[in-house]
Write a protein that binds this ligand. Structure first.
Ligand code: ADP
Ligand code: MG
Length: 598
């Protein structure tokens, strides 16, 4: 069976081998067992039901929560010569009729439907008239009210087991939460399922975190590093989104906004644009998320601190679904923390929930100010063991240095002591740096013995130290509203020399650290860049003509492999990553010609 499955994988999808647990999962489904799959985004969940759908007799029913997700998958499958269709509210009646007929006569391999289909009515009748090979419940976490994407419709999927006892169900999700997981198993009534849980490590994502200094410059640096590539910049508020988009547009970047303040039509347009263009940057609130399965998002940048690690992981996870090296940047500041905290403090949530939210927010800050492996921190947070070091975060690749700051901490604490807890971080730093402004003069702070004793560090270094002191409770906000700094019970330990203090000092902005990132795909990095661009431009034209997103035709990785192998004939073309028989027939001659001319 393995051979047979491998040949379907190669002939239809153009991939040389299975990833991770894919083969075992596929065997489980083919064997008729219920199957539960927990795999991170981009790991390749779709194949786990698409391949059995091709292998087994009958039509596979795929339940997916969003029309946009369905459309993309069905388009991509059709490009690979797979007989797939979807039924949803956007269909014309004549199409509906045609699809219905081919489903009944078994001329389909996969039929995608929305969960409402199970609530009775025409789709439900159709299912009864069909020979069904399996049910695949994609984004299965939507069934759980604990999850972040709960959909009431998903609850009706519990009926599948009652009505179709003998047909195997495969449920798939990327949500790690244990409560969500058990909700899925029980709601769908899975029958002694085979459970496959993959590591959540996103090896191809390089995590990089910096304190905000001049954040617009920092963001621009990211855009320069990734010019011509596609990315997402998350901001905390709609206002920030619109302002940043305007600024970037003025500077000539191809940027668009996305947030819940737009009409649904505007949002849909933005999403389509994002899917179809290769060099576009979406500036968005967290409203931009589900339904994005663009594989070649090369970077996700957080302008401000996410609410918690779950969100951070999910949002950064939208980068690099194609497995190619990708980047997650974050620029954070204490102001984000304070804003989010006051939002939690003033919310209507129960006391318990408030405390949980706050501790989650603190963990997020901790991740930022960590001086050990960020990947490990994230994986441990989700209950997964990890090695002490990875090769895809800024700390492990030595972009961030840890240094002893006990003396500096003492200087900060002394200054706060002299100021009687009546001033904020700005004034403390001004004093340390020996600034000559009006406020210093007015309060005669230039007469203090600590005045000017900190000129060895920059302002941003001092701010970093102060943040770390707050995080570790060596100082606190004596008045949260005015954010004046005060001493705590722990302060004395440093002042008396009983505790040492160290922080991660960020080095200057690293221009491009692509070379520092080791991935399994390094063989793809040495390609003919000019040819790649030619192929990319052509792919864009073809996609536009066909009205599909470019990646549906070929992935970036395929174009790169073409630019390395430069095939000369059809059989060499079939050897290229991501090229199956169907795509070779459709696009082989054009792309071969382009390569020949080049
Ligand atoms: P998920 O649903 O888990 O987020 P997808 O099913 O969308 O991930 O797959 C992510 C990408 O990985 C897609 O571009 C897919 O074609 C690719 N992929 C899946 N399986 C393989 C494989 N065995 N070899 C190469 N690429 C694969
Ligand atoms: Mg998926």
């Amino acid at each position: 069976m393995k051979r047979e499955l491998e040949s379907i994988l190669f002939d239809t999808f153009g991939y040389p081998s299975f990833r991770g647990d894919q083969l075992d999962i596929i065997k489980s489904v083919i064997n008729g067992d219920d199957t539960f799959v927990l795999m991170p985004t981009g790991a390749g969940k779709s194949l786990c039901y698409q391949l059995p759908a091709l292998y087994l007799e009958g039509v596979a029913i795929v339940v997916s929560p969003l029309i946009s997700l369905m459309t993309n998958q069905v388009n991509a499958l059709k490009q690979n010569g797979v007989r797939a269709e979807f039924i949803n509210s956007t269909l014309e009646y004549s199409d509906y009729k045609r699809i219905e007929e081919s489903a009944i006569s078994g001329e389909l391999d996969l039929l995608y439907i929305t969960p409402e289909g199970f609530q009775g009515g025409r789709v439900r009748d159709l299912l009864d008239d069909m020979d069904i090979s399996l049910f695949a419940i994609d984004e299965a976490h939507c069934v759980s009210s604990w999850g972040h994407d709960f959909r009431e419709d998903y609850l009706s999927l519990g009926k599948i087991k009652d009505d179709y006892e003998d047909i195997p169900i495969i449920a798939l999700t990327a949500t790690a939460d244990k409560r969500v997981r058990s909700d899925i198993l029980s709601s769908l009534q899975l029958d002694e399922p085979n459970v496959f849980i993959s590591s959540f490590e996103r090896k191809n994502i390089h995590y990089k975190v910096e304190a905000k200094e001049q954040v617009s410059k920092q963001i621009e640096q990211v855009l320069k590093t990734h010019s011509g590539e596609c990315g997402i910049i998350y901001c905390q508020t709609r206002n920030k989104v619109d302002t940043l988009t305007k600024n970037l547009q003025k500077k000539g970047y191809h940027a668009i906004s996305y947030h819940a303040g737009l009409t649904s039509l505007q949002r849909e347009k933005a999403q389509k644009k994002f899917e179809r263009k290769d060099d576009i940057v979406v500036v968005a609130t967290i409203a931009f998320g589900m339904g994005i399965d663009k594989p070649n998002v090369r970077f996700v940048c957080h302008n401000g601190l996410p609410k918690n690690i779950e969100n951070y992981y999910q949002e950064t996870g939208r980068a690099g679904r194609d497995g190619e090296p990708s980047f997650a940047y974050m620029f954070y500041g204490m102001d984000d923390f304070v804003i989010s905290k006051s939002f939690i403090d003033n919310s209507e949530m129960s006391q318990e929930y408030r405390e949980i939210s706050l501790s989650k927010l603190k963990m997020m800050l901790e991740l930022c100010e960590l001086n050990s492996c960020r990947n490990k921190f994230i994986l441990n947070y989700f209950g997964e063991e990890a090695k002490d070091e990875c090769d895809h975060c800024d700390i492990c690749s030595n972009e961030v240095e840890s240094f002893d700051a006990t003396i500096h901490a003492k200087k900060v604490l002394s200054t706060i002591y002299y100021l009687n807890s009546r001033f904020g971080a700005g004034q403390v730093v001004d004093i340390l740096l020996g600034a000559k402004n009006k406020k210093i003069k007015d309060y005669s702070h230039d007469k203090l013995s600590v005045y000017g004793i900190g000129t060895d560090l920059s302002r941003s270094d001092w701010n970093l130290i102060i943040r770390n002191l707050i995080l570790n409770e060596y100082i606190c906000y004596s008045n949260p509203e005015y954010r004046t700094l005060g001493l705590t019970k722990k302060s004395g330990k440093i002042l008396k020399g009983e505790s040492e203090f160290s922080v991660t000092k960020k080095l200057g902005v690293v221009k491009s650290h692509r070379k520092a990132v080791k991935t399994n795909n390094s063989e793809f990095e040495d390609y003919d860049k000019e040819l790649f661009q030619v192929l990319k431009d052509h792919r864009y034209k073809m996609a536009k003509e066909k009205g599909v997103p470019p990646f549906v035709i070929f992935s970036d990785k395929t174009l790169k492999d073409l630019s390395i192998k430069k095939p000369r004939n059809e059989s060499e073309f079939l050897d290229v990553y991501g090229v199956g028989k169907s795509k070779s027939e459709k696009y082989g001659s054009i792309f071969l010609e382009l390569i020949r001319c080049h």
